[in-house]
Design a protein around this ligand. Sequence first.
Ligand code: FE
Ligand code: FE
Length: 168
Amino acid sequence: MGLFTKDIKTMNDLFVHQLQDIYYAEKQLTKALPKMAEKAADKELRQGFLKHLDETKMHVQRLEQVFQMHGAEIKAVTCPAIDGIIKEADETAGDVADKRVLDAALINAAQAAEHYEIARYGSLIAWAKQLGRNDCAAILQKTLDEEKATDQKLTALAEGKINLKAAS
Ligand code: FE
Ligand code: FE
């Protein structure tokens, strides 16, 4: 976005801009997830992060596909929101001494990222449909379903054992 010009004029401009934003976010997450996996003490949590890393690489590819289908340049624009979520996760993780408490903190951080993605993909899908791009919406929906499933798995892990271990 320019400082003196308002570059986003139409809903289509907004759609493309938010695609660029989430494209940046997904790419940042492909760098953050291996580090989170490395920090996780619980084996299932670590594997969960690695599985979502694979899915996230696919999310990047799907976005590239949507850019191409929509005739837009494949481009990332800095997303300060995801940078903030990742930065806060790093800072909190650095402050946690106990590795079981750290697992609870890692889940918390990961869910912040998932909820961010869920919010953004929800709007992108609605806008794609409004713009007559049901084809793009269908691709984005696959990613949204994976984000939601990941969020639910993280909740199940936290409530199933990680929180219990962290509290004991
Ligand atoms: Fe994603
Ligand atoms: Fe995700």
